[in-house]
Ligand binder design. Structure first.
Ligand SMILES: [Zn+2]
Ligand SMILES: [Zn+2]
Length: 131
């Protein structure tokens, strides 16, 4: 048993699987249902339209999309800010361009590390496990 403070409302509760209490889960579920129903009826709605129509906070809608709980399919106007460049995106944390750039940067960094290891004449990366 783990007694923790609800991340959303601050109430103390017995944590089972999520960081928010049963009350907040129920509230999020109904918010989620409202958003989904609204989007179904208004596929061209923007984020601002949904916030106004459903009274659900923008941050909550964004987190539902980021978590993959709310999927956008035929909602071309539903977008939120990429965490890296601030441009519009419809899924995850970053926009498509940043996702690509980050993957590229990571691949470059990886190949540079490999090159350094090769240049130093080492036999390969050494892994230390600390137990
Ligand atoms: Zn709560
Ligand atoms: Zn971006």
């Amino acid at each position: 048993m783990a007694i923790v403070n609800c991340k959303r409302c601050g109430r103390i509760f017995n944590r089972i699987r999520r960081d928010i209490c049963a009350n907040c889960i129920a509230e999020e579920d109904s918010a989620f249902a409202a958003v989904r129903a609204y989007l179904k009826d208004h596929p061209n709605a923007t984020m601002a339209d949904v916030v106004e129509a459903t009274d659900v906070e923008l941050e909550l809608i964004v987190s539902m999309i980021r978590d993959g709980r709310l999927m956008l399919h035929d909602n071309p106007n539903m977008s939120y800010e990429c965490q890296r460049c601030g441009g519009p995106t419809q899924s995850g944390r970053f926009c498509a361009r940043c996702t690509e750039e980050l993957a590229h940067t990571l691949a470059k960094a990886t190949s540079e590390i490999k090159k350094q290891i090769k240049d130093s004449g080492d036999e390969g990366p050494k892994y230390y496990s600390r137990k």
